[in-house]
Design a protein around this ligand. Sequence first.
Ligand SMILES: [Zn+2]
Length: 337
Amino acid sequence: MQPIEMTPTETRPTVTGPPVGSPAPAGAVVVGLDVGGTKILGLSIAADGPPRPVRQQSRPTPRSADALIEELAAVAELVADGAAIARVGVGIPGFIDMDGIPRQAPNLPGVVGVDVGALLRERLRCEVVVDNDANCAAWAAARTDATAARDVVAVTLGTGIGGGLVVDGKLVRGAHGFAGEPGHMIVDPGGPVCACGQRGCWEVWASGTGLGRLAAVAAERGDIPLLVARFDGAPDGPEVTAAARSDDDAMRREAAGVLEAFAGWVAVGIVNLVNLLDPELVLISGGIVAEGDLILDRVRAAVSAVPTMVGGRTPRIEMSAVGPAAGALGAALLAAR
Ligand SMILES: [Zn+2]
């Protein structure tokens, strides 16, 4: 596996607008768009400024490709707020090939085979770079969270699980562009069928969706009667975390049991990645970051309890300080020159 250094001239050769190297007009912005299963998060950064969002906006993700392109353009214009758009980076959840075209996107099936970069360039008349959303998040993390860490495993826990691998300061692409997809490591061969069609992928248990699935298992076993009564059936992920913050001790205990199981599954994937790559830092981003206080210590404890994680091999495990906007920020940073 030969890492490809992500210096600005080596971003994917997707679509070019103005000649490469032409200076951005004064006051221009670079836009980052993170396309999630449920929402598009867009932000702008100054083309010649620090990697800090200037303006941010989110909108629901439309289902059809045509509507998605329209909505991406609309969000880009909103966050640009009248400024010239120098470049746009787009993060998409799925397997994105070397030409920036999604080849598999279980959580966003409408975009498969669609040249999002070319279509968006036609609409916005600027250079557009398309990459995997978790690669974007990893890049944001490596550039802003962890400037000292050259070996970073970044995992995005949201509707599914994405990942990005920064090895020796370089984003790992693999032979076809699809490296860094830990969400589809098979960790439970007899487990539930994943959106990708495999059985027992890491993301069936360790994503936001997986949290709800674990609650359903606990409900079926009769482990969480109070939660089932409170939520009129098995709680979903957000209901579990809400219950973990309730004033009711007994209800909090039931939610804690589900969160322990969840942290255990998160740890399974992290341990596999650490055994493979020996990173300095494991960065967790995505929607789950908002619940970091409920999750992080449990994950650290579960990882540390694994026999191979002794002897100073356990990396730092942190929630990304970039927060839920990591994917959008990384997309902007990949597009920026
Ligand atoms: Zn899968």
